[in-house]
Ligand binder design. Structure first.
Ligand SMILES: [Fe+2]
Length: 330
């Protein structure tokens, strides 16, 4: 498989925005290369100010020489906020080669209809796992429920808006070192969904499976995106990491033949849930440390505890996320 010479990742949507974050410039001694949507962009009336919402969307551009492949990984939770941010960040949706939806939860696919409507007459491939369309239910500890909350995410709903659904459980090669992970094996003992203590009806996420059975939603559809950058290593992106962020990194290494290192990992690390044991945060920090990733950017559903632990435990690798940031590797 070809590698990329360089990858550029733009944070189109994320839970946080902060105009006071400085650029990180390796020529000025910084360990990372990150440009920010900073104070000038927020104060100067020539600019439109991007917004944050409870979702994630990353525009990934992998370069090899003069050629590149542009992939939009997840599309936030609302089409209106995505349309606003794409305009504010001066990204033309018609230039996107491929959209990948990490899994069928609304904070990852919610903006898809709005984004597809902006791609005008182009038919944009939208890749996701076939289980992403299975009916999903949520039961909260206080008794509230969200019945069949993903009913607006269907192959037909993509098709009528100009999306071309690409449904696969396997990794998908998207060019110049970019590929999806496909379904992620769950090997790490502290990661992946836990069955609820009580049987069906207890608080938790549920799904109707292919055979029509109602059961625990183990989010088998969750996939990551990996970019193999020559001379650098693997850049691993996670949507919500229901499969586990360390499992996702292991899958990325396996797919690349087992001898590439993880250079950077960013995305939702799924550590922000009130029910996630604090020790999982510490175990994840230890695993990142063992892996030797140079850059770690917890985003979206990672939670404040993970930010604090990673900033303290991985001070050189930790980079704070914000909408509008552009990360360059290679
Ligand atoms: Fe999420």
């Amino acid at each position: 498989m070809f590698t990329a010479d360089r990858v550029q990742i733009t944070v189109v949507m994320e839970n946080q925005i902060d105009m006071l974050l400085p650029d990180l410039d390796p020529d000025a001694g910084a360990l990372h290369c990150v440009t920010r949507n900073g104070l000038v962009e927020h104060f100067d009336p020539k600019h439109t100010i991007p917004v944050a919402e409870n979702g994630i969307s990353l525009l990934v551009e992998a370069w090899r020489g003069k050629r590149s492949s542009r992939v939009l990984f997840d599309v936030g939770i609302t089409g209106s906020a995505m349309a606003h941010n794409l305009a504010a960040l001066r990204i033309d949706p018609a230039t996107i080669d491929h959209i990948v939806i990490s899994h069928g939860h609304p904070d990852h696919y919610g903006g898809i209809h709005g984004v597809l409507e902006l791609t005008e007459n182009r038919r944009t491939p939208v890749a996701t796992h076939p289980d992403a369309f299975l009916p999903r239910y949520a039961v909260m500890p206080d008794g509230r429920t969200s019945p069949f909350y993903n009913r607006d995410f269907t192959a037909d709903s993509l098709d009528v808006r100009g999306g071309a659904p690409v449904l696969t459980r396997e990794p998908l090669d998207l060019g110049w070192g970019l590929r999806t992970t496909g379904e992620i094996p769950r090997e790490v003992d502290f990661e992946g969904p836990r069955p609820p203590a009580e049987p069906i009806g207890a608080p938790g996420l549920y799904q109707v499976d292919d055979d029509g059975a109602f059961g625990l939603d183990e989010v088998w559809d969750e996939q990551g995106l990996v970019i193999d950058v020559a001379g650098e290593g693997l850049v691993v992106l996670t949507g919500c990491a229901h499969a586990g962020v360390i499992n996702t990194c292991r899958r990325a290494v396996d797919l690349a033949g087992g001898d590439r290192r993880v250079r950077a990992v960013m995305g939702g690390f799924h550590l922000g849930f009130p029910t996630t044991p604090q020790e999982n945060v510490a175990k994840t920090v230890d695993a990142f440390s063992e892996m030797g990733a140079d850059m770690v950017m917890p985003m979206h559903c990672s939670g404040l505890r993970a930010h604090a632990a990673m900033q303290a435990g991985l001070p050189e690798a930790y980079v704070q996320p914000a909408v509008g940031s552009v990360i360059t590797i290679g």
